[in-house]
Write a protein that binds this ligand. Structure first.
Ligand code: CAA
Ligand code: NAD
Length: 292
């Protein structure tokens, strides 16, 4: 099968990056959001990121313009019919994802491949909700998508070899380095990364040091590009909380359990950088740690 036309559902932090790299990779892209406001926010995120690449001399203006022309924005689910591959990057809730996949299952032709960018749900639970489980895969990108080279390509026990190979090749065509992962909650990277972030929150709860000092410790002591609290804010506190709940439910291991402080920060609506506040206040020139 030839992948030419790609749909991206959800144009938040991840969907906007996925749409951008797909358009830059030469694919025709249809982006769908729930309403005009969210669509406009996603559209401007993509445009900003593309402009930034031109301003930094990493992309030519004419290539940006050609990629931009390849993206169509819509709020109508019907516009997702007639695509070769649909990648969902919507909220980390199985019921919401399955509602979408069931709508797509009725709408799209039998050849269309469905991919999920989920961080922690199993692909099997989504594949089983469709009439085409052998054509459902995981395609897990990393944040920020235009920068991070890795993509985890995930197969279930029923994924067709041909579909897996096509999606693996698609990831390469986007300039990414794909790795194959089995369908277990957290795949490869989040199995290790999520407990690390949650542990940082637990150490903060125990009062070992401040948010800034723990971040500085991991950046200067271990050469990490950002400290764990900056990373939590970057991923999204609401998303991290959902990931943690899902992984804990799956494994029943304490290392995946959401620390109480994480839930309290979500309850206060501090979703991280995307909402302006998380562990840090992101509204000024430099992030400022908030009381916890
Ligand atoms: N979009 C596009 N490009 C971006 C970008 C964005 N959102 N953010 C940064 N960049 C680019 C910059 O243009 C810059 O490129 P050049 O060096 O070519 O100019 C480069 O990335 C570095 O950016 P900055 O100098 O502004 O900032 P930095 O050096 O602090 O790097 C970073 C930013 C790349 C995000 C780096 O801090 C980093 O790698 N952080 C860790 C990110 C990480 O761990 N991601 C995984 C999150 S977990 C996940 O994704 C899985 C999940 O399921 C939750
Ligand atoms: P986000 O909150 O930034 O964006 C989600 C978007 O989905 C929102 O704009 C919302 O309006 C939209 N949406 C919700 N339901 C929809 C529907 N039915 N149709 C169309 N749009 C819909 O979240 P995000 O960080 O981009 O995460 C999206 C997915 O990617 C999640 O499954 C998450 O676990 C995964 N993921 C996140 C990261 C990360 O670092 N944030 C990294 C890898 C994977």
């Amino acid at each position: 099968m030839k992948i030419e036309k790609v749909g991206v559902v959800g144009c938040g932090l991840m969907g906007s990056g996925i749409a951008e790299v797909a358009a830059k990779g030469g694919f025709d892209v249809v982006v769908r959001e729930v309403n005009e406001e969210a669509l406009e926010a996603g559209r401007s995120r993509i445009r900003k990121s593309m402009d930034r690449a031109v301003d930094k001399g990493k992309a030519k203006a004419e290539d940006r313009d050609a990629a931009w022309e390849r993206i169509r924005f819509t709020t109508k689910v019907e516009d997702l019919a007639d695509l070769d591959l649909v990648v969902e990057a919507i909220v980390e809730e199985l019921e919401v994802k399955n509602e979408l996949f069931q709508a797509l299952d009725e709408l799209c032709g039998p050849e269309t491949v469905f991919a999920s960018n989920t961080s922690s749900l199993t692909i099997t639970d989504m594949a089983a909700a469709t009439s085409r489980p052998e054509r459902v895969v995981g395609l897990h990108f990393f944040n920020p998508v235009p920068v991070m080279k890795l993509v985890e390509v995930v197969r279930t026990i029923v994924t067709s070899d041909a579909v897996f190979d096509d999606v693996f090749a698609f990831a390469r065509q986007l300039g990414k380095e794909p790795i194959a992962a089995k369908d277990n909650s957290g795949f490869v990277v989040n199995l290790l990364l999520v407990p690390y972030m949650l542990d940082a929150i637990r150490q903060l709860e125990r009062g070992v040091a401040t948010v800034e000092d723990i971040d500085t410790g991991m950046v200067l002591g271990c050469g990490y590009p950002m400290g764990p609290f900056t990373l939590c804010d970057f991923v999204g506190i609401d998303t991290l909380y959902r990931i943690s709940e899902i992984m804990f439910e799956e494994y029943r291991e304490e290392r995946y359990a959401p620390p109480p402080l994480l839930r309290r920060i979500v309850a206060m609506g501090r979703y991280g950088r995307k909402s302006g506040k998380g562990f840090y206040d992101w509204s000024g020139e430099k992030p400022v740690a908030l009381p916890v």
